[in-house]
Design a protein around this ligand. Structure first.
Ligand SMILES: Cc1cc2nc3c(=O)[nH]c(=O)nc-3n(C[C@H](O)[C@H](O)[C@H](O)COP(=O)(O)OP(=O)(O)OC[C@H]3O[C@@H](n4cnc5c(N)ncnc54)[C@H](O)[C@@H]3O)c2cc1C
Ligand SMILES: *[C@@H]1O[C@H](CO)[C@@H](O)[C@H](O)[C@H]1NC(C)=O
Length: 472
C-alpha cells in the first residue's frame, strides 16, 4: 500500500452533503492534469479509469532524448514524441507557486538526489508528479501504454447516453493488438497541448537550402556549433533556447513579430546574438531577409512558434471544433454546453500557473458530474460563451488567444473556488507569479537564481504548515 496522503482535502467538503451520484469516468492522459483530475473524481466517489499512452505518469515532464523523424513535425507519417522538454530546462515558475494547492512542491530536504533549487530542473518536476501519484495511490486507476484512438457519443447526440472509448495497448511495433471498446458515463480530456507544433509561413522557404526545425524537437545545443541560426519567436522557450544555442553557435538571430521593421539589436551580454524583426523571405542562395531590410546567409531556421490544440481521437459530430486555436464552444474553458457535463477539458488555459488551476477545474468537473454542483442551462452557458467571444473580438484579441488567461487567471481561479465552495487561492501565489513575471523579463539570465520575494516564500511555508495543522 502507498503512504497515506500527506494532506487531507484542501477544499473540505461542506457539512451538509447533497446526494452524489457516482459515475464511470474515463480520463485521457496521466500528466499533471489527468493525475489531479483522477484524484478529484475519485474523492467525489466516481469510478475512474485513466488512459495513458506512455509507460509512466508526468506527461510533458518525461524528458525524451529522442526527437521526431521530421524535425519540423509536419509529416503525418512521422513518429510522434510527446514531450517538448530540452535538456537544460529549468522551471520558469518558482516551485512554491507552481505546485498543487494541497500538495506543496517544496524541496525534500531528507532525500538524496533531489534538486532543491527554487526553479528546479525538469527532472525534479517529474519526481514531484511521481510522488503525487504515489502518495494518493493513483497508479491503480491508470492503464499505462494504452493509447486512446477514439472517443465518441455512444448512442444519442447529447452525450448523456454514454461515451465510447476505444483504446489499444501500445506494444512498440503497433501490430497485433486488439482494440478495446468500452462505454463510460463521461470523458475528461487531459491530453495536453504542447505536442502538435505551429510553424511560421515564410515566402520562398521551399527553395531555401538550409535546415528547418521546430522547438518541439530541440534537446541540446551541440548540433548548432559554429552555425548561423535564425530563431523565430518570443515566448519562454524562445528566450531559453536562444541563450542555450548562443553558447556554441556562430550567431543567433532572434526574429520576433513584436520587433519593429529594421530592428537589429545586439543582445546585452552576448557578442553573437541579435534581436531582429520578423523574417520577410528566404532564398535559394541560402539568404534570409528580414522585414525592413538586412539579410544574411543562415544555416538553420528554428521555429519557436508554439503549438496547436489537437484531439485526433475526439469525434463530437461537429459540436466541439478547433478553429484558429480556439477550442469551442466551451463554458469556462471546460464544458461544451451541448455535451455538458459528460465531456470536459482540463488544462486548456495558457499563460497561467497550470497545476493549481488544473486542480480547481478538476474539483468543479468532479462535483458537477456527481450532481453536487449544478451548471446553468445550456442556453445560459451558450450565452455566456458568446458574450465572452464578443468581448475578445471587441478588444481586438485574435481568436487564437482565446485560452490565454494571462489577464485574469487569478479571477478565474477565484470563480472556480467559489463554484466549488473552496477557500480562495492564497494571495501570495498571485504576488509571487507577478513578481516572477517581471523578473523574468528584466533579467532572463539570472531570474532563476536571484530574486526579491523571500518574504512571500516565508509566507508560503507558514501557510503550508498552518494548513497541515488545521487538517490533522
Ligand atoms: C517546454 C515547456 C516548459 C514548461 N515549463 C513549465 C514550468 O516551468 N512550470 C509550469 O508550471 N508549467 C510549465 N509548462 C506547462 C506544462 O505543460 C504543464 O506544467 C503541464 O505539464 C501540462 O500538463 P497536462 O497534463 O495538461 O499535459 P501533458 O503533460 O502533456 O500530459 C498529457 C498526457 O496525455 C497523454 N495522451 C495524449 N494523448 C493520448 C491518447 N490519445 N491516449 C492516451 N494518452 C494520451 C500523453 O501521453 C501525456 O502523458 C511547460 C510546458 C512546456 C512544453
Ligand atoms: C496574452 O494576453 C495578454 C493580456 O491580454 C497579452 O498582453 C499577451 O500579449 C498575450 N500573450 C500572447 C503570447 O499572446
Amino acid at each position: 500500500m502507498a503512504a497515506a496522503p500527506t494532506r487531507p482535502n484542501y477544499c473540505s467538503a461542506p457539512h451538509v452533503q447533497p446526494p452524489r451520484t457516482a459515475r464511470r469516468i474515463a480520463v485521457i492522459g496521466a500528466g499533471a492534469a489527468g493525475l489531479v483530475a483522477a484524484r478529484e473524481l475519485r474523492r467525489e466517489g466516481h469510478s475512474v479509469v485513466v488512459f495513458e499512452r506512455a509507460g509512466g505518469v508526468g506527461g510533458t515532464w518525461i524528458y525524451d532524448a529522442a526527437v521526431e523523424s521530421d524535425p519540423l513535425s509536419v509529416s503525418p507519417r512521422r513518429r510522434v514524441v510527446h514531450t517538448s522538454l530540452y535538456e537544460s530546462l529549468r522551471t520558469n515558475l518558482p516551485r512554491e507557486c507552481m505546485g498543487f494547492l494541497d500538495y506543496p512542491f517544496l524541496a525534500r530536504e531528507a532525500e538524496d538526489g533531489r534538486d532543491r533549487r527554487r526553479f528546479p530542473g525538469h527532472g525534479e518536476v517529474l519526481r514531484y508528479l511521481e510522488d503525487f501519484a504515489r502518495d494518493f495511490d493513483l497508479g491503480r486507476m491508470i492503464r499505462f501504454e494504452t493509447e486512446v484512438s477514439h472517443v465518441g457519443m455512444a448512442d444519442d447526440d447529447s452525450g448523456g447516453g454514454g461515451w465510447t472509448v476505444r483504446s489499444r495497448r501500445a506494444d512498440g511495433d503497433g501490430e497485433g493488438e486488439e482494440e478495446t471498446s468500452e462505454v463510460y458515463d463521461g470523458v475528461v480530456v487531459c491530453s495536453g497541448h504542447y505536442t502538435a507544433p505551429r510553424v511560421a509561413e515564410i515566402p520562398g522557404i521551399d527553395t531555401w537550402p538550409g535546415k528547418q526545425m521546430h522547438s518541439h524537437n530541440y534537446r541540446v545545443p551541440e548540433p548548432f556549433r559554429d552555425l548561423v541560426v535564425v530563431l523565430i519567436g518570443g515566448s519562454a522557450s524562445a528566450v531559453d533556447i536562444s541563450r542555450d544555442i548562443a553558447k556554441v553557435a556562430k550567431a543567433v538571430h532572434v526574429a520576433s513579430r513584436s520587433a519593429p521593421p529594421g530592428t537589429e539589436l545586439k543582445q546585452p551580454g552576448y557578442d553573437n546574438m541579435w534581436l531582429r524583426s520578423m523574417i520577410e523571405s528566404a532564398h535559394e542562395d541560402g539568404t534570409v531577409v528580414f522585414e525592413g531590410g538586412g539579410s544574411m546567409l543562415a544555416d538553420v531556421i528554428l521555429h519557436c512558434t508554439g503549438y496547436k490544440y489537437h484531439f485526433p481521437f475526439l469525434e463530437t459530430k461537429g459540436i466541439v471544433t478547433v478553429d484558429d486555436n480556439r477550442v469551442g464552444p466551451l463554458y469556462k474553458h471546460i464544458f461544451p454546453p451541448l455535451l455538458a457535463p459528460w465531456l470536459s477539458f482540463i488544462g486548456l488555459p495558457w499563460k497561467v500557473a497550470p497545476f493549481p488551476l488544473f486542480e480547481l477545474q478538476s474539483k468543479w468537473v468532479a462535483g458537477v458530474l456527481s450532481g453536487r454542483m449544478t451548471l446553468p442551462t445550456q442556453q445560459e452557458m451558450m450565452d455566456d460563451v458568446n458574450a465572452f467571444y464578443s468581448e475578445l473580438e471587441s478588444s481586438c484579441c485574435p481568436q487564437r488567444y482565446t485560452h490565454n488567461l494571462s489577464n485574469y487567471q487569478f479571477d478565474y481561479n477565484d470563480w472556480l473556488s467559489a463554484a466549488c465552495g473552496c477557500e480562495f487561492v492564497e494571495d501570495w501565489r498571485r504576488q509571487m507569479y507577478v513578481a516572477t513575471s517581471k523578473n523574468r523579463v528584466a533579467r532572463p539570465e539570472t531570474y532563476r537564481d536571484e530574486w526579491e520575494d523571500d518574504h512571500l516564500v516565508i509566507q508560503a511555508h507558514e501557510d503550508f504548515l498552518r494548513q497541515s495543522k488545521v487538517h490533522t
